[in-house]
Design a protein around this ligand. Structure first.
Ligand code: NAD
Ligand code: IPM
Ligand code: MN
Length: 350
């Protein structure tokens, strides 16, 4: 059985996953690694961003690490063949409904953020994003021509009790091992799905998690509070679309989008999907300057959540922290190291 399946993908994806390969070879040489084309790269080779073979390989590995997908080259591909469609298919195919996105400010980077040090120093909160439902997948969805001219586009936001409850349960359980607080973000003031979300989270809390503090917040206010005073949060649970947006905002608190890893988890015993939250960064792809730390930290999460190697995860986390403390910085963090040199800096601390 493959321990870790690498899906480098497009743009900077292959550049950052190459550093994961080096780190894995050093810290865990016993892990078996495999690799498949994915995203636009797979579309070019096989006519599909996610082949049946790659999905089968993902489902039978212990963990999957994805780099990034997408780019202008595939902008006009049919929607179901676009690289992003491959990623959505991988998430639903693997059933990874809970996406953990940790917004954590490494001490040496307290001055690297565009926010003031006193706002972000010591920051450590976790976004739990629902990943396989909501407006990303709701039917119907289409664009139609209108008889009088113009067109009409429809997306559908939809959630069931079961979908909300299972992701909220992950958030409450996580909070128990942290500072014991869950903030649930939705738009119950204007959306039916938001109202159901609030009711289901409230009921689950009363039934099973009364020991955890629960607070509700409207998602627009959550966006503001994240930049005003992010340390008020411990675990924030939210839907697929709000989670996408709130996690990019949170990434900037940590210094750069190139710092934020993620873990997408499904039912116990099934493989997790690990991916940096950033994209293929077409503006810097091929230049060798992408920050590989979000990808390396995604591997750190894989060691912890899927590969039963929390000891190695701790070591890797410390190595990243030490490398940053010694001043290792790619351009996005205000430095001048290349992607490979940042990999070297982490390897040197292992
Ligand atoms: P992006 O995340 O690719 O880039 C946003 C900005 O952040 C760019 O200026 C980029 O250079 C910078 N950046 C991102 N990652 C970085 C890193 N590791 N190091 C240094 N700088 C980094 O978002 P975008 O430009 O909106 O999207 C580009 C493509 O990526 C689109 O096709 C989009 O659909 C796709 N995308 C994919 C994923 C994914 O694969 N998980 C996530 C987001 C976007
Ligand atoms: C992310 C990305 C994806 C998303 C895209 C590429 C499908 O933005 O992982 O945050 O919207 O979920
Ligand atoms: Mn995103």
């Amino acid at each position: 059985m493959t321990d870790l399946l690498l899906l480098p993908g497009d743009g900077i994806g292959p550049e950052v996953t190459a550093q994961v390969r080096r780190v894995a070879g050093k810290i865990a040489p016993d892990l078996t690694l495999d690799e498949r084309p994915f995203g636009g790269t797979s579309f070019d080779q096989h006519g599909s961003p996610l082949t049946d073979e790659t999905l089968a390989a993902a489902k039978s590995a212990r963990a999957v690490l994805m780099g990034a997908v997408g780019g202008p080259r595939w902008a006009n591909a049919p929607r179901d063949k676009r690289p992003e469609a491959g990623l959505l298919g991988l998430r639903t195919g693997m059933g990874v409904f809970a996406n953990l996105r940790p917004a954590l400010c490494f001490q040496p980077l307290a001055d690297a953020s565009s926010l003031k040090r006193e706002v972000i120093e010591g920051l450590d909160f976790m976004i739990v994003r629902e990943l396989t439902g909501g407006v990303y997948f709701g039917q119907p969805r289409f664009i139609e021509d209108l008889p009088g001219g113009g067109r009409r586009a429809v997306d559908t936001q939809v959630y069931t009790t079961a979908e909300i409850e299972r992701v909220a349960r992950v958030a409450f359980e996580l909070a128990r091992g942290r500072r014991g607080k869950v903030t649930s973000a939705e738009k119950s003031n204007v959306m039916e799905t938001g109202l159901l979300w609030r009711h289901v989270v409230t009921d689950l809390h009363a039934r099973e998690f009364a020991d955890v503090e629960l607070e509700h917040i409207l998602a627009d206010n959550a966006a503001m509070q994240i930049v005003r005073n992010p340390r008020q949060f411990d675990v924030m649970v939210t839907d697929n679309l709000f989670g996408d947006i709130l996690s990019d905002i949170s990434a900037q608190l940590t210094g750069s989008l190139g710092m934020l890893p993620s873990a997408a988890l499904g039912a116990p015993g099934t493989p997790g999907l690990y991916e940096p939250i950033h994209g293929s960064a077409p503006d810097i792809a091929g230049k060798g300057i992408a920050n590989p730390l979000a990808a390396i930290l995604s591997f750190e999460m894989a060691l912890r959540w899927s590969l039963d190697r929390a000891d190695l995860a701790d070591r890797l986390f410390a190595a990243v922290n030490h490398a940053l403390a010694k001043g290792a910085r790619t351009p996005d963090l205000g430095g001048s190291l290349s992607t490979t040199q940042m990999g070297d800096a982490v390897l040197a601390e292992l």
